[in-house]
Design a protein around this ligand. Structure first.
Ligand code: NG6
Ligand code: CA
Length: 491
């Protein structure tokens, strides 16, 4: 490993930390324009690093984005990578090149802490026994995870291959088909709920919140929602402390600000845009804990820290938590149209910040970059050659990531309920037919839409008819990317 030297810029960072927020939008941080919620910790990283204005998650929802982050493959290529239930099987094939397996081979000790949502086990996971394959089989040396989401059962942590705090006399049962055990569901006992669902979320009640899916048992292992951020941030900090003497890669995937939004009392009411923004404050606190640990251990100078989010923002996402009512003029997607789940820019254009004080100089970059690019770019950074068939949609954008260049991707496929393609200032959302949905619920896109984002960032003027030449060219490009099975150049 190259180590930091005072005389020369280091060749590769001593450590790498990727912090992936959940459902935080482009406009949710101060450094991206938010004023009603303060995010001093994120802003401090941004002020020292490269802040991208055209950074993207691979998809407008969680599982496909996380799949692409790990594999460098567009999730649309692989059926079964949509939003997974909490008892889904692992969707990454053990043995394939992943971001953590590549970094493991480059000499980093690798850890994942936080939301996983990529499935566990083969068939159904054995919650009461050894849970594998999982993170440890796809490149992580350590894992402490929420199996799926906060709103999906089972509501327990899994550390390495075991449920944490499980009493074997109270085994866990999980079903996404039918009720198991005799605990009440939200459907049966709405009077027991402290957060009311606004859609779905009517199954087993855990901690006064009804979830998606049914569970019984595992009482001693259940998480306390208010403490999730503190628990996982503590585990992430412990991982850093344990590995202080050797290079490490930490993938810290927060639960904030996904629903149910139940931030700790310390953060409640601390912002001017309701509980969703209070959860952003909690996220910022988590970032500060990680940055603080790196500072304390004198690792901050030579650690590459990336902060980004898994998809665009959403206000009400199935619980009536006041997010819509309390928004108070806050613009969660910033200037972009659309939100989580949408093919408009707000679906995937997310905060994207890279800091490495020993190497990166502060900069705002408009390079087009996607999270799938981290695998190729970090392989280049750590001197690893990727096998030809690995990371098929991951571009090596290392010069852009380090702020040495503003040259980003040539093109990018955006993925929600359908595909869109970006190239230069242009964005094409092809006609989707009667089943497709471009953005808002039930808005079927029967005609293609073409936007010039330089002139019209809000995607308001459809130029598809006027610029049929561009629309045709982008249609051909999207078809090529789709049928070729890869978009990363072979060399
Ligand atoms: C939806 C859920 C939503 C959220 C989402 C996944 C309902 C009505 N909506 O099905 O609450 O869990 O799935 O979010 O149940 S994601 O960020 O993990 O993709
Ligand atoms: Ca998400």
């Amino acid at each position: 490993m190259a180590r930091a030297r005072s005389s020369a810029a280091p060749r590769q960072p001593r450590n790498i930390v990727v912090i992936l927020a959940d459902d935080i939008g482009y406009g949710d941080f101060g450094c991206y324009g938010a004023t009603r919620v303060k995010t001093p910790q994120v802003d401090r990283l941004a002020a020292r690093g490269v802040r991208f204005t055209d950074g993207h998650s691979s998809s407008a929802t969680c599982t496909p984005t996380r799949y692409s982050l790990m594999t460098g493959e567009y999730a649309f290529r692989k059926p079964g990578t949509g939003i997974l239930p909490g008892d889904a099987a692992l969707i990454i094939e053990p043995g394939r090149t992943t971001l953590p397996s590549m970094l493991q081979q480059a000499g980093y000790t690798t850890g994942v802490v936080g939301k996983w949502h990529l499935g566990l086990g083969i068939g159904k996971p054995d919650w009461n026994g050894e849970i594998k394959p999982g993170p440890l089989e796809v490149g992580f040396d350590y894992s402490f995870i929420i199996p799926a989401t906060g709103d999906r059962v089972p509501c327990v942590y899994v550390e390495n291959r075991r449920v944490v705090g499980l009493n074997p006399r109270d085994p866990i049962r999980v079903s996404y088909r039918e009720k198991v055990g005799d605990e009440p569901t939200g459907r049966e006992r709405p009077d027991l709920l402290r957060v009311k669902p606004s859609g779905g979320h009517a199954d087993t009640i855990v901690n006064g919140i009804s979830r998606i899916g049914f569970m019984s048992g595992g009482k001693s292992a259940r998480w306390v929602d208010e403490d999730i951020a503190k628990t996982i941030t503590g585990k992430a900090v412990s991982f850093i402390e344990r590995n202080r003497e050797k290079p490490f890669f930490l993938y810290f995937a927060t639960h904030d600000i996904h629903v149910p939004r139940v931030p700790h009392a310390q953060f409640r009411g601390t912002t001017q845009c309701g509980i969703r923004c209070d959860a952003i404050g909690e996220f910022d606190w988590s970032v500060g804990q990680i940055a603080g640990a790196l500072d304390r251990l004198k690792l901050a100078q030579d650690t590459l820290v990336i902060v980004t989010s898994d998809n665009g923002p959403v206000l009400d996402n199935g619980y009536a938590d006041g997010s819509e009512e309390d928004v108070n003029g806050h613009l969660p997607a910033g200037p972009w149209r659309g939100r989580k789940g949408s093919l408009y820019e707000g679906g995937t254009r997310v905060p994207f910040i890279a800091t490495w004080p020993a190497r990166i100089r502060p900069k705002v970059s408009d390079a087009l970059i996607g999270q799938p690019d981290l695998l190729s770019s970090l392989a280049a950074l750590t001197g690893r050659n990727l096998p030809a068939d690995a990371a098929p949609d991951s571009f090596n954008l290392l010069p852009a990531l380090l702020g040495d260049s503003t040259q980003g991707r040539d093109h990018l496929v955006e993925y929600a309920n359908g595909l869109a393609i970006r190239q230069g200032p242009w964005k094409l959302i092809p006609a989707q037919g009667p089943e497709g949905k471009a953005g808002r619920k039930n808005a079927l896109l029967r005609e293609p839409e073409l936007y010039n984002l330089s002139a019209d960032p809000g995607e308001t003027k459809n130029l598809a008819a006027q610029r049929a030449d561009v629309a045709n060219q982008l249609t051909t490009l999207l078809d090529e990317v789709r049928t070729a099975g890869r978009s990363r150049p072979k060399t």
